[in-house]
Design a protein around this ligand. Structure first.
Ligand code: TXE
Length: 480
């Protein structure tokens, strides 16, 4: 079982209070985690500062090549611990075991990718006056605060931690109170792997306590947040008090757009997977399906047939879909679905709970909603469950208007064989990522990711993600 303590300055620190963590598939306690307060957060920020400045440990003397070597070795350590980490992720988040395994693989890949990139990041020289030499230096920010959610703890740990370390920063990470066991195990592995003290500090706790204290701490130099737009606003306001730059990843309401000429055999499995993966609790979930009217009958029939076969069960049973993370998220989704039904929205098809599925789990079966009035909440708000909302369109212009009809803009999927339309739609869609004839690119560690509008700003993943953990210093030397 992972530690029920916080990691501060290379030591596991016991907090006065702890938080009980439950398995979402059973609603039963499986662990306790530390409940950090402002005091522990402050100690963690101090430790990260000392590690960065060289007062604690050897991190300040590590060059890019040494960081690269460490990140690559850590990727191998994650791979060696793969089954244990996967089992923790599966029990803690409720996601099917195959998905949990994929998440741990992705986590290791982040460390490989950024390990490979760490010693390839550099500044530029700039032609200026003849008696000048001008260069830019890419420098780490210093202490990076990272507040991460419960839906993909290990993957988001990889995305944030690997990039920040590759660039030479130190970190104070606040994992989510609902699921962070894999994160604690990863932190333990990082220490075992020889990461100097204070480079990675982990302060589990409640959002309103540890999270708020971290966002408002005057000692941090950069903040990245993944979570809801509402909490993102609070965090941004707190960081703004100290002029701390922020990266915000705030979810989405992403459309998958099926044109009449789409290869349905290729598209439909992506449509289904795009909404049931992680029980729909995915920022980039394809939660809206836009279908051209001339193929609507066939698409809806095939979709209904498939949804009726979908099974929900505990993660260990490795069914199509696991439970939601907690009773609060389930109650919120169910009340929205009830309101939708009261507004005349039809459930076209739904999956079911597997026989023998645990009775205390927070299960909501996958479902497809149809006949939705324009502008309805289920078309605008992130439901964060396995619920697909269908809309029909007649032509390209209408498809684009519907696709852009929410305040979010994280991802979009466009399914058509027409090359011109692929490009017109890709250019016209208001979102940070566009996939043509595929969706999600299997996580796309190498591909810059982030939103527009209410989905947030800043880019993570890929080389852009690495750059976002550095800032440019311009050095202009007049040599005469
Ligand atoms: O999110 P919160 P919640 C969306 C999704 C979901 C909704 C609510 O729509 O239904 O958010 O989920 C920490 N200061 N996403 O309530 O509150 C918290 O401890 C500082 C989208 O879980 O945003 C956790 O570590 N931090 C999403 C993190 O913020 C605070 C992933 C996220 O929690 C804080 C998760 C505060 N005042 C939810 N309050 C995505 N983009 O993938 C909470 N936190």
């Amino acid at each position: 079982m992972p530690r029920s303590q916080a990691l501060i300055g290379g030591e596991w620190v016991t907090t006065q209070a702890t938080i009980e963590v439950e398995a979402p598939a059973r609603g039963e306690a499986i662990a306790r985690i530390a409940r950090c307060q402002a005091e522990e957060v402050d100690a963690a920020v101090q430790a990260a500062g000392q590690a960065f400045s060289g007062q604690l440990g050897s991190w300040a003397s590590w060059n890019a090549r040494r960081r690269s070597e460490w990140l690559l070795a850590f990727a191998a350590a994650i791979e060696a611990d793969h089954e244990r980490l996967s089992a923790l992720e599966c029990a803690d988040t409720g996601k099917p075991m195959t998905q949990a395994r994929g998440d741990i693989t992705a986590c290791a890949r982040y460390f490989r990718f950024y390990g490979g990139a760490a010693d390839k990041l550099h500044g530029e020289t700039i032609p200026f006056e003849n008696d000048f030499a001008v260069m830019t230096l890419r420098e780490p920010y210093g202490i990076c605060a990272q507040i991460i959610p419960w839906n993909y703890p290990a993957q988001i740990f990889g995305r944030c931690v690997a990039a920040a370390l590759a660039a030479g920063n130190t970190i104070v990470l606040k994992p989510a109170e609902d699921a962070c066991l894999s994160v604690l195990r990863l932190a333990e592995l990082a220490l075992e792997q020889g990461l100097p003290p204070g480079v990675l500090n982990v302060v589990p706790g409640l959002g309103r306590e540890a999270g708020a204290a971290l966002a408002a701490h005057p000692g941090i130099d950069h903040l990245s947040f993944t979570g809801s737009p509402e909490t993102g606003t609070l965090v941004t306001q707190a960081a703004a008090m100290h002029h701390v730059p922020v990266t915000m990843e705030l979810g989405g309401k992403s459309p998958q757009i099926l044109f009449g000429d789409a290869d349905l055999g290729a598209a439909l499995p992506f449509v289904v997977r795009g909404i049931i993966q992680n029980a729909g609790q995915t920022c980039s979930a394809g939660s809206r399906l836009l279908v051209q009217r001339d193929i609507a009958k066939e698409v809806l029939e095939r979709l209904a047939e498939r949804f009726e076969t979908l099974l929900c069960d505990a993660g260990e049973a490795d069914a199509d879909c696991g439970p939601l993370i907690n009773a609060r998220q389930k109650a919120k989704l169910e009340s929205r679905l009830e309101a939708a039904r009261a507004d005349g929205i039809r459930t076209l098809a739904r999956g079911r709970l597997a026989e023998g599925a645990p009775s205390g789990g927070h299960f909501v079966v996958p479902q497809v909603l149809n006949d939705i009035p324009e502008g309805h909440e289920v078309l605008r708000e992130e439901l964060f469950g396995p619920v697909l909302a269908v809309q029909l369109f007649d032509d390209e212009a209408e498809a684009l208007a519907l696709a852009n009809g929410t305040d979010f803009g994280l991802c979009a999927g466009i399914w058509t064989r027409d090359g011109g339309r692929q490009l017109r739609m890709a250019k016209g869609v208001r979102s940070g990522q566009v996939f043509v004839n595929n969706y999600g690119a299997a996580g796309g560690i190498e591909l810059p990711f982030g939103g527009v509008g209410r989905s947030g700003y800043g880019r993570e993943k890929g080389f852009e993600g690495l750059k976002s953990y550095t800032r440019i210093k311009t050095v202009a030397i007049r040599h005469g």
